[in-house]
Design a protein around this ligand. Structure first.
Ligand SMILES: [Zn+2]
Ligand SMILES: [Zn+2]
Length: 178
């Protein structure tokens, strides 16, 4: 995913639209399980300021933090960013321009603005820390480990644990009244 800067230079100030569609597994090493992304971008160059805004949407393969089933975690995120186009530095100041680049990732040297790393960061930020397959997911039974979305296990009918807790409550209440 890249934007050819000289094209924007020719249309100085004018917004140019781009659309990228990528397979995540082949593009970004963090998502070996797969997924897809679509990147819609509008870019324009004003002087050395490359203004980029757009929408990133897609899904990653995730596993539910409650029931551990694999599902597609969808994301949509909007962004606006200004990249600075660095002038081709003369040989003697190469070291300076390199250090500038490391200090500021939002810069472009050369003819292309590469968007893979930027998109990767957006996707990572859009990820849920504890993804769930659906808001209604019942998760796994603490007692037997069965997926409660698929089966009703017997644990819920065994009231042993609840009885114990009730007993404790009764003890407390008795303690209060005495
Ligand atoms: Zn789930
Ligand atoms: Zn159970």
């Amino acid at each position: 995913m890249q934007i050819y800067v000289p094209e924007l230079k020719q249309k100085q100030g004018e917004a140019v639209g781009y659309c990228f569609e990528e397979d995540l597994a082949s593009k970004l090493s963090e998502f070996p399980e797969g997924g897809r992304l679509k990147l819609f971008i509008s870019a324009s160059l004003n002087g050395d300021q490359l203004l980029v805004n757009g929408t990133l949407e897609g899904f990653t393969a995730a596993s539910c933090s409650r029931c551990l089933e694999n599902f597609e975690q969808h994301f949509t995120t909007e962004f606006t960013e200004i990249f600075t186009v660095l002038k081709n530095a003369p040989v003697e100041s190469n070291r300076l321009s390199e250090s500038l680049e490391t200090a500021n990732l939002l810069s472009v040297s050369g003819d292309y603005l590469y968007l893979d790393e930027y998109a990767r960061q957006l996707i990572v930020l859009a990820q849920e820390y504890k993804p769930i397959c659906t808001p209604e997911c019942k998760g796994l039974c603490y007692g037997c480990g069965e997926d409660l979305n698929k089966t009703c296990c017997r644990c819920s009918s065994e009231t042993e644990n609840i009885d114990l807790r009730l007993l404790k409550l009764k003890e407390l209440e008795l303690g209060k009244t005495v």
